[in-house]
Ligand binder design. Structure first.
Ligand SMILES: [Zn+2]
Length: 304
């Protein structure tokens, strides 16, 4: 509080926009960090069963996995009624054996999360939709309860729990999918999202934007750790060009099947886009797909 007021008076004296300090209820505190946890403030005790936090004491913990490398920082955070300690550790990279295979991915329209240049159609797991419907139900009942009532508070907690569960399921899906791609390919080429927003209509692709950004981040760091490459390319016209002969179709977005009027090549639209994405990276295209029947359609990666 002292810091907040000192900052306030300093800004007043300097004639800046001051901004009177606001009250911050306990609900709004949800994390704090020990910036030098490796040296001071935090200590793992009892063979990994407890953690000593300076100023708080020894707390019982369940380690989700053993600590690796050198501890840098530790952040204590609360999510709903759950408390976590997040350790940031510096570790050595863990490179995978060299792999020359490259793949392009098209961030798909429903129901596909993504589609690869090898014809794999990856669906987002079904339980997302189910959980989402449940969430909407809880959300509706919250609004029916009186403000400040006990029932409302309890329902809100349930709502938070459901939100957390969906977030965790999504993260789990992203991790497994990214792991698969990184294990299988030396280079993964995707559409650059910063450009994507401008290049494509919001209606076609906008809905899942946030999910993709998170996925691509996961993909990037996994690839980095494994010594593999992830490349973002300009997605302009990737869903309009024929990957075989380069003919550009004006408005093919709504057709699932892509049949090139110039050369007769027939492909799944998103697979064609993924092949174009791959080609954008400057990799010599692999001619395996250059045949006239749709390749590998209908194969999907099931999430275990
Ligand atoms: Zn063509």
């Amino acid at each position: 509080m002292d810091k907040a007021f000192q900052g306030f008076f300093r800004r007043v004296r300097a004639g800046q926009k001051a901004g009177y300090p606001r009250f911050k209820g306990r609900e709004r505190y949800d994390s704090f960090t020990f910036p030098q946890a490796g040296q001071t403030g935090v200590k793992v005790q009892g063979g990994g069963k407890r953690v000593f936090l300076h100023g708080i004491g020894s707390v019982k913990c369940k380690f989700h996995r053993p600590l690796e490398g050198e501890v840098k920082t530790a952040t204590v955070k609360r999510e709903g009624e759950h408390w976590y300690i997040v350790f940031v550790c510096e570790t050595e990279p863990n490179p995978l054996p060299e792999n020359r295979a490259a793949v392009g991915i098209d961030l798909g329209t429903n129901p596909h999360f993504l589609v690869t240049s090898e014809g794999e159609l990856v669906e987002a797991p079904r339980y997302f939709q189910k959980a989402q419907a449940k969430l909407a139900r809880t959300q509706r009942s919250v609004t029916k309860k009186r403000r400040g009532s006990n029932r409302r508070r309890k329902l809100k907690m349930r709502l938070a729990r459901q939100h957390r569960k969906i977030a965790n399921q999504r993260k789990d899906f992203h991790h497994k999918l990214a792991r698969r791609l990184v294990n299988r390919y030396g280079t993964v080429v995707h559409e650059d999202l910063n450009i994507l927003g401008l290049a494509r209509s919001r209606t076609a692709k906008g809905v899942q934007d946030a999910g993709w950004a998170a996925f691509l981040q996961t993909l990037a760091y996994k690839a980095e750790e494994a010594g593999r490459r992830v490349v973002g390319v300009d997605p302009k016209h990737t869903s309009q060009d024929c990957p075989v002969c380069g003919h550009r179709e004006k408005k093919p977005l709504w057709v699932r099947e892509f049949t090139c009027p110039a050369c007769g090549a027939s492909l799944h639209r998103d697979v064609a886009a993924a092949i174009n994405v791959l080609a954008r990276s400057g990799r010599a295209p692999d001619r395996r797909w250059a045949r006239t029947e749709p390749s590998g359609m209908g194969t999907a990666w099931a999430v275990p």
